[in-house]
Design a protein around this ligand. Structure first.
Ligand SMILES: *[C@@H]1O[C@H](CO)[C@@H](O)[C@H](O)[C@H]1NC(C)=O
Length: 330
C-alpha cells in the first residue's frame, strides 16, 4: 500500500514544471556541458585553496597592425607556471580589423572570439543573427577554423538577452562574456561561469537585456564590475578619472584581483581591456606591472584565454597538477 501511495506522488513532484525547470547540480545538470549558476560547489568539488586562480585578459574592437603590438607587449617576459607565455582572448569588430592580423594571432595560439561587425548594438533578433554570422564568415575566411571560434561579447558590454543567445545558438557558438552584474561582485559572491540550461533566477545583466529562455549548453562568463576609490565601473576606462598614475592603475586591477584570489569562490578574474585604456601611458604601464606582479607573486595564478578557462571548468584539475593540464600547454 505504501508503495502505491508514494509512486504517484513522486511522479507528480518530478513532473511539476517548477521542479523540472530548477537546476539541480549533479542531478539534472552536470559537467562538462552544464553548470548551475548557483552551484555552491566549486568545480571538481575542489577546495578554493586547490583551485588555480585564472585571469582572463580580453581585448575588443578593431584589431590591426597599428594596435596589436600594444596588446601583445603586455605579455612580454611573462610566463605561466608551466613556462608557457600567456595568451589573450580577442573580440574583434570587422571595422578597423585586419583579418591577416587575426589569423596571425590565431596561429600564435590566442583565442579569436567576436563582437558585432561595426561595434554597434544590434537592434533586433535578425541583426544579432546577421552580426555573428557575418563575423564568423570573415574570421573563417581568414583561415581560422570555424570550430575554434566559439565566443561572443556584446558591444560595450551590452547584453542582447534572448536575441543574442538565439544568434549564438544559430551560429553554433558556445559562450558569451558580456553580462555585467552588480549583484555578484563581492569577494564571497563572485560566480563561476554557468550554463543557461535552466533559466530560473539566473543573474540579471546590469547593461542591456538578460536572457529569459533556456539555452542548454551555452555558457555565460559574467564580468564582475571594478571599483576604485568608491567609484564602480564596468569598463576600466570608465574609472579613468580616478586614476592619476601607474600606481593607481596597478592598484585598480590588483585590488579586484585580490578579491577574487582571497574570496571563497576563487572564480576567474576577467580583465576587460578597452582600447582607450591602453592609449593612456600610465594606465598601460600599471596594467603591465599588474600582470607581471601576479605571475611573480602567486604560483597558482594563471593567465588564460576564455576557452582555456572553459576547458578547465569542464575537466577541473587541482593547482598542484595544473602544470600537466593539456589545454594549458604551449
Ligand atoms: C594530482 O594528480 C595525482 C596523479 O593523478 C593524483 O593522485 C592527486 O590526487 C592529484 N592531486 C590533487 C590535489 O588532486
Amino acid at each position: 500500500m505504501w508503495k502505491l501511495a508514494v509512486t504517484p506522488l513522486a511522479f507528480l513532484l518530478l513532473t511539476a514544471p517548477g521542479v523540472l525547470s530548477q537546476c539541480r547540480p549533479g542531478d539534472n545538470c552536470k559537467l562538462p556541458d552544464c553548470r548551475c549558476w548557483d552551484d555552491t560547489q566549486l568545480p571538481g568539488s575542489l577546495a578554493a585553496s586547490d583551485i588555480p586562480q585564472m585571469v582572463i585578459v580580453s581585448f575588443e574592437y578593431g584589431i590591426n597592425s597599428a594596435n596589436v603590438d600594444s596588446y601583445l607587449e603586455l605579455f612580454d617576459g611573462i610566463t605561466n607556471p608551466n613556462g608557457c607565455q600567456p595568451k589573450a582572448t580577442f573580440f574583434p569588430t570587422e571595422l578597423n580589423t585586419d583579418f591577416t592580423v587575426i589569423k596571425s594571432l590565431y596561429d600564435g595560439k590566442h583565442e579569436i572570439a567576436m563582437t558585432t561587425p561595426t561595434g554597434a548594438i544590434p537592434l533586433d533578433a535578425d541583426e544579432w543573427k546577421k552580426a555573428f554570422s557575418d563575423m564568423k564568415a570573415k574570421i573563417s575566411g581568414a583561415g581560422v577554423p570555424e570550430s575554434e571560434v566559439i565566443g561572443t561579447r556584446g558591444p560595450e558590454l551590452y547584453c542582447g538577452g534572448n536575441d543574442q543567445f538565439d544568434s549564438i545558438k544559430e551560429n553554433k557558438l558556445v559562450y558569451d562574456s558580456t553580462c555585467v552584474t552588480l549583484e555578484y561582485t563581492d569577494k564571497n559572491t563572485f560566480l563561476w561561469p554557468f550554463t543557461y540550461d535552466y533559466i530560473e533566477n539566473t543573474p540579471e545583466c546590469t547593461i542591456g537585456k538578460t536572457p529569459t529562455m533556456a539555452y542548454p549548453g551555452m555558457w555565460q562568463f559574467l564580468v564582475a564590475d571594478l571599483t576604485f576609490k568608491g567609484t564602480k565601473c564596468a569598463s576600466p576606462s570608465a574609472c579613468s578619472l580616478e586614476i592619476v598614475d601607474s600606481q593607481d592603475a596597478f592598484d585598480f586591477f590588483y585590488n579586484s584581483f585580490a578579491l577574487h584570489y582571497e574570496g571563497t569562490t576563487k572564480a576567474p578574474f576577467i580583465l576587460y581591456i578597452d582600447p582607450l585604456w591602453l592609449s593612456v601611458e600610465h594606465q598601460r604601464q600599471g596594467t603591465k606591472q599588474f600582470l607581471e606582479f601576479i605571475r611573480a607573486a602567486f604560483d597558482d595564478t594563471w593567465i588564460v584565454t576564455t576557452q582555456q578557462a572553459l576547458a578547465w571548468i569542464q575537466t577541473p584539475v587541482a593547482s598542484v597538477n595544473a602544470t600537466d593540464f593539456q589545454p594549458w600547454e604551449c
